[in-house]
Ligand binder design. Structure first.
Ligand code: 5RP
Length: 232
């Protein structure tokens, strides 16, 4: 089975948790894209849901699938968010933001009663950090913010190369919120909750890709089927 087929299997499994009348958060990325597509098929068949997308790309896809959309200004809480991830550890804690949508993804996940993370099994790690950690920053004062990030890394016992992410045009990648992303190649993050707290306290950091305590369930599709990890 290809990686893409595994992603679709995980997405189909998450769809089993969707009920009529739910308010949903829709993630971003190639795995979330499968979920949106499958959800669109159910909506076409009569399922009633209303959804908040986590990116302009997901908004466009959901609209083309006929899925009703709303915003967090118009609904109080969401019942469930389904999203992908770049890395998933046993907690399950996550690294997200490979697709650059981490800020809206975290806002939407935080406004949800439950978050299901869907992935193929290659995203599973014993310890977060192999995937470069995305840190969304304000372009103003970038060098000062960068120094503060290096200090936060040192305080939580990690270090590594950092690079401003480029878009396909060779210029800095700009997020939906108009910010830039620094990708930090740390290798391992032994204390992810501590690092998350330190990064969140830096003024020029808008958000970071460590999702600590947010995923309630992780669904990892592999050649032997789907493994489900539930936060106790
Ligand atoms: C986007 C994300 C994605 O969920 C993450 O990058 C996984 O993407 P994919 O499903 O394409 O592997 O965090 O910001």
């Amino acid at each position: 089975m290809t990686i893409d087929e595994l992603k679709r299997q995980a997405a189909a499994k998450a769809l089993e948790y969707v009920r009529d009348g739910m308010k949903l958060g829709l993630g971003t990325g190639s795995t979330a894209k499968h979920f949106v597509e499958l959800l669109g098929e159910r909506v076409a068949g009569g399922l009633k849901v209303i959804c908040v997308p986590t990116s302009e790309a997901t908004r466009a896809q959901a609209e083309s699938c006929g899925i009703a959309l709303t915003t967090l200004d118009d609904v109080d809480r969401l019942d469930l968010t389904v999203d992908g991830a770049d890395e998933i550890d046993p907690q399950p804690n996550l690294i997200k933001g490979g697709g650059g949508a981490l800020l809206r993804e975290k806002i939407v996940a935080t406004a949800s009663d439950r978050m299901i993370v869907i992935a193929d099994e290659t995203k599973w790690v014993a310890m977060l950090g192999r995937f470069p950690l995305p840190v969304e920053v304000i372009p103003f004062g970038l060098a000062a913010t960068r120094r503060a990030i290096v200090e936060a890394f040192a305080q939580s016992g990690v270090s590594g190369q950092m690079a401003v992410r480029n878009g396909s045009d060779g210029h800095a990648f700009v997020t939906d919120g108009g910010h830039w992303i620094i990708d930090a190649h740390l290798g391992q993050i032994p204390d992810a909750p501590r690092l998350a707290g330190l990064l969140s306290s830096i003024p020029g950091v808008v958000e970071h890709g460590l999702f600590i305590g947010q995923a309630s369930i992780a669904m990892l599709a592999g050649s032997d089927g789907i493994r489900i990890f539930e936060r106790p």
